[in-house]
Design a protein around this ligand. Structure first.
Ligand code: SF4
Ligand code: SF4
Length: 368
């Protein structure tokens, strides 16, 4: 109930601050409607990226190589998020960096502006992934916004990075520079992605992990490759060894739609080498954000990560009543079951999503 009330209060305060006319426009922004995935709600400090990594999917999504800061101010973005029915203050993970590179010089200021604003108004746990070099002033700003912010340093390969990410800095330098954030007290994890089938050797993985450990990183996340027809064409034209990749693609029908290409054997190597080097192996990027903020989550089959909050039946009952819903609530494992006896079904679905974010568990809603 506290978080529901907080969200309404924040939306009201920001509406007053922005003025009704501007608020009505901001309420139409995709940040006010996008449904968070278990990994969180993606925050776009801008669109487009000039780095042209060979595996990048943003160009297939219609974004260009010319980055442009997102048009909303920090307070407008916080308002859009407060209006988003799926976003819960203090709980919904906020992930920066899905359709651009948040540390691009033209976007860095906006990234910090957004981090500061959503942290101030909604206290969302912030995570940022980057392959650019982290500097002291950025770390200061991010730490000020959210001292538990999670940073993911993205690397795809030590041996072939020039072919895959020709415009990004050298991977070992990315790792070394991220130690500035570690020294400040932020959690930093290595984001080994995308894993291109058959490309990484065990030695290469080890060299990367030892460097990450030396720089004070906490763990490692392995991310799968997602391909479209044009990504495959770009990857094959780089000249990287692609025999295994070609085999993995045999049964795939390529189009503009993104298809994940998992590489279980490399992931297994990653898991083993992480244990050997002393880095925590994390099943997904969100797990790093959950750890960084001392939270717990059992929203997907990879979890539980940490200890998800224990559902409180009295609190849930009062919350549902506040929304005019009469329901009985039970728990099975990490799942909360809500049997709706009376009340509006649309409201019940909103309550379901809200409860799921609060307790970071699956909620099953049935009408009886
Ligand atoms: S840095 Fe990120 S957004 Fe930019 S091209 Fe590379 S993968 Fe795409
Ligand atoms: S259970 Fe872990 S991996 Fe799954 S959504 Fe939650 S934090 Fe992410």
């Amino acid at each position: 109930m506290r978080l529901w009330v907080l969200k309404e209060r924040v939306a009201n305060e920001l509406r007053e601050l922005l003025g009704r006319e501007r608020a009505a426009i901001v309420a139409q922004d995709p940040h006010a409607r996008r449904r968070p995935r278990p990994c969180g709600i993606t925050i776009h400090p801008g669109h487009g990226c000039p780095l042209r990594c060979a595996y990048c999917y943003i160009y297939d999504m219609g974004f260009t190589a010319e980055p442009r800061p997102y048009p909303l101010s920090g307070e407008e973005l916080a308002y859009a998020l407060a209006k988003n029915p799926y976003v819960v203050p203090e709980r919904t993970l906020a992930a920066f960096g899905s359709v651009t590179e948040p540390l691009l010089p033209v976007l860095k200021k906006r990234t910090l502006e957004y981090a500061t604003s959503i942290s101030k108004w909604l206290r969302l746990p912030i995570q940022l992934s980057t392959k650019l070099l982290i500097d002291e002033s950025f770390v200061e700003g991010l730490y000020k916004a959210d001292p538990a912010a999670s940073i993911l340093v993205s690397v795809s390969s030590l041996k072939y990075w020039r072919k895959l990410e020709p415009n990004a800095p050298e991977p070992l330098l990315r790792i070394e520079r991220a130690s500035i954030a570690v020294e400040k007290g932020l959690r930093v994890d290595l984001f080994l992605r995308p894993i291109i089938p058959g490309l990484l050797s065990q030695n290469e993985v080890k060299e990367l992990f030892v460097a990450a450990k030396d720089a004070g990183f906490s763990g490692v996340v392995a991310g799968s490759l997602r391909v479209t027809r044009s990504i495959v064409e770009r990857l094959l034209s780089t000249g990287i060894p692609a025999e295994v990749l070609k085999k993995s693609l045999r049964s795939i029908k390529l189009s503009r739609k993104q298809v994940p290409i998992p590489d279980h054997s490399t992931k297994e190597i990653v898991r083993l080498v992480a244990a050997e080097v002393g880095l925590e192996y994390l099943p997904s990027a969100c797990a790093a954000n959950i750890r960084s903020h001392g939270m717990g989550c059992a929203l997907c089959r990879f979890g539980p990560c940490g200890n998800p909050p224990l559902p409180d039946p009295t609190d849930i009952g009062e919350f549902l009543e506040m929304l005019g819903l009469r329901a009985s609530v039970s728990f099975t494992g990490y799942t909360i079951k809500v049997m709706l006896r009376r009340g509006d079904e649309r409201r019940a679905r909103i309550a379901k999503d809200f409860l799921s974010e609060i307790y970071k568990r699956r909620v099953v809603l049935r009408s009886v």
